[in-house]
Structures are given as structure tokens and as C-alpha cells.
Design a protein. Structure first.
Length: 158
């Protein structure tokens, strides 16, 4: 007589993890290609005003941003608490706007230059005098396409 072994009920078979590295790298590649990084680090604080009639910009690659606001807390000892201009990642004066616009035009193709838009991202509490000064400097360099950045709301409470 032969002995028959009873089959053990050992549970579930092990999960095959051989495709796991492929999946991880595929997800990593996806997020690396679809994520956009912030182009500039803000050195001024900007709380944008609210508006009900808002239109999105068509081609954001043709937009040059000028930030206007109070310097961040770590910069207030050096630059004060009044409205300050930020061009790219640096503090600037109104005289630097001319060079900024010329540099933005140099970085573009010739056919894109007429389509360039200057976007003012100003804090809600910034005095209008600094914005007027910026607008005057933009007029001097013929940067007449101007946009004011706001936050869209359903209805404004007055």
C-alpha cells in the first residue's frame, strides 16, 4: 500500500512583483513630463484683488509677469514694508523695467514680439502710485499690451 499525502491548504500564492519597477518608472516619467515648475520664486507677497468679469490669457508663454507687493517677512529688514517691484526672482526699481522688457523681447522670436503681454500681479493694498509709475515706464518702451491679474469670484460684496 502506498501512502497518499494530504494536500495542504497553504493559502494564496505569492504575488508576482516583477512588473513593479516598470510601473514605478512609468509613473515617475508621467509626473516628470506633466508637472510644471514655478518659474519664479516670489519675494513679495501678493493678495490679488477680486473681480467678477475675468478672462484667461490665451498663451501664457508670451506673458511677462511683474509682481508688486510688500516684501516677504525675511526681506522686510532690508527693503522695508512698502510696495516693492519684483522682476523674475529679484527686487527691482522702476528704472529696471526698461531692461526687463528688452530682455524679454530678446528671448522671443521676432514674430512673437507683437503678441507679448505684460501682466501686473499687484497686491490689493499696494498704492496706485507705484502702479502708475510702472505703467509710465512700460509706455516709454512701447509695451502697451497690459493685463491686470485678479482672482475670480461669483459676486463681490461691497
Amino acid at each position: 500500500m502506498s501512502k497518499f499525502k494530504k494536500k495542504k491548504s497553504g493559502g494564496q500564492p505569492a504575488i508576482n512583483t516583477s512588473a513593479l519597477p516598470d510601473i514605478v518608472f512609468m509613473l515617475l516619467f508621467f509626473f516628470m513630463t506633466t508637472t510644471t515648475m514655478r518659474e519664479q520664486d516670489l519675494v513679495v507677497s501678493v493678495r490679488q484683488p477680486k473681480a467678477t468679469e475675468v478672462k484667461k490669457l490665451e498663451r501664457k508663454s508670451l506673458v511677462s509677469n511683474i509682481y508688486i507687493g510688500k516684501p516677504m517677512r525675511k526681506y522686510q529688514s532690508k527693503f522695508g514694508t512698502e510696495g516693492t517691484i519684483q522682476l523674475n526672482d529679484f527686487f527691482a526699481s522702476k528704472e529696471d523695467i526698461k531692461d526687463f522688457i528688452f530682455a524679454e523681447r530678446e528671448a522671443r522670436k521676432e514674430e512673437e514680439i507683437p503678441l507679448l503681454t505684460t501682466n501686473l500681479k499687484a497686491d490689493i493694498e499696494v498704492k496706485m502710485g507705484i502702479i502708475t509709475d510702472i505703467k509710465q515706464e512700460l509706455r516709454k518702451v512701447q509695451a502697451l499690451k497690459l493685463n491686470y491679474s485678479t482672482v475670480e469670484v461669483e459676486e463681490i460684496d461691497y
